[in-house]
Design a protein around this ligand. Sequence first.
Ligand code: WQD
Length: 338
Amino acid sequence: MKVLVTGGLGFIGSHTVVELQNEGYEVVIIDNCSNSSEEVLDGITKITGKTPIFEKIDLRDKPKVIDFFERHQDVKGVIHFAASKAVGESVQIPLTYYENNIGTLVYLLQELQKKDDASFIFSSSCTVYGQADELPITESAPVKPAESPYGNTKQIGEEIIRDTCKVVPQLKAIALRYFNPIGAHESTEIGELPLGVPQNLVPFITQTAIGLREQLSVFGADYPTQDGTCVRDYIHVVDLAKAHVIALGRLMENKNKENYEVFNIGTGTGSSVLEVINSFEKVSGEKLNYKMAERREGDVTAAYADTNLANNELGWKATSSLDKAMSTAWKWEKKVRS
Ligand code: WQD
């Protein structure tokens, strides 16, 4: 079975390609390498022994997208990761985000609706909930007005898919609302490669510990949480990757209950910034250089998943602890900088 993974050279995409290959799928990757590199293919091959087909295509180039699907008529499933994802950057260049994240989604769906049977997995985000009124967050929690153009593209993306599935019965789709993906494959052959200064907490921690960054700033110590720092649901990227394979199988085997379904993908456990720092220091034996700083604009106080739907419907559950995930992140950082 041939599956297209857009953004398959990226952090979550590459880990998902590995799990798809482990499951026996033939994988074709489309990536424009704007936030990844072709060398990731070597890492994937070292892990699975199989090199995915790779085509360097920018999904904003509609004729190229049409041509791809004409040449790969046997693609029945698509997992769509390719998108711009920096929250802060999206505020500065909204049109770039709307063109890249929405335009490309429309082009992909226009090709899939031509097929007599198509399965589509969409990379969404817990960002759509904003600061949820109740914790843990269930899939029926209201979607809140987005705090950034990036978050808005995820909300709009879900609506586009939902509206399309309503009138294209042969198109089945699942949106996976990720919480906070962290860590790396235990082989250290693939991992997170943030371009420039990392926006996310865990790569900033490991880059500080390795000496690339001077000091970690903890964005806010006065939140109404147990230790004053923000709480998030940190999920190991391999657990997240496995959820994609299971979700795709659900659609390809026609086990879905609706044409469009949504699942939260998290561990169900919230961890504060200080707890993540303590976990890192414990598993690495390093003393992290950090200071308390001002809150970051747009951050919510706390977000962690109610994972019952994914556990019960998908039969999927995260297995990795925070310590294990932090340990793989540190092993990866040391490998990349060695
Ligand atoms: C986590 C916590 C920060 C950096 C974002 C996107 C989300 C998804 C994951 C794409 C927060 C604190 C961070 C630092 C810090 N991205 N922090 N110092 O903001 O929960 O989610 O990334 O899909 O859509 O919104 O993740 O890792 O940026 O921050 O104190 O140098 O760490 O304030 O509380 P976030 P994050």
